[in-house]
Design a protein around this ligand. Sequence first.
Ligand code: MG
Length: 249
Amino acid sequence: MIELKTAKELERMAEACKISALALKAAGESIEPGMSTKELDHIIEKKIRSYGAKPNFLGYGGFPGSACISLNDTVIHGIPSKDIIIHEGDIVSVDTGAFYNDYNGDNAYTFAVGEISSDARALLDATEQSLYEAIKVVKAGMRIGDIGFAVQSYVEARGYAVVRKYIGHGVGRNLHESPDVPNFGTPGRGVRLVAGMTLAIEPMVNARGEDVRVLRDGWTVKTASGSLSAHFEHTVAVTEQGAKILTLA
Ligand code: MG
């Protein structure tokens, strides 16, 4: 079942989303070479708690961090660790979520640490833009397949690969709700979008090959090829006029 939110409920949820966005912004402003991903996780957790919210990833399915922090060839679900050090030239995907007012926010951004290669920059730009291409097609009456097609066609035209094993999702009272929101699809197919739906749209894009592997920690997802991967995400509400991005700082 897909839970639709009233205007009042969306206002409440927007606060959780704003806190998620502020935490992500704080992460971006704090990242520097020499820092461990555990230190960055502490900054994010403190920021979320400073608003009286909770980091919703912490303990989710047993996840041990407040944020997922994924470097370079790590696609998603990187576990914050004092042993993982951020270096100049890295790309760092940070996924933050806050639970507040009984609702969840969820967003992600891949940050560049200092100077990165032109290949890495192109991957980041394409992945971020694919998120906005997807958001552009969101509107009551459109379909889930329209979202996936928007991401996939944009990304593949640039020679990159969309990860298929992990996908976006509905979000609301629960961090993961119906419907599924794949980053690939066929226009005009799938669940019809209705005003009041709230979706976490989150392209995960590999420089080479869609295949991924999960490390023995049971969480960390890496590209099978060892290529770089980028991840951008917003929580949006479907309206009759279009998408309203809720995860804005
Ligand atoms: Mg998500």
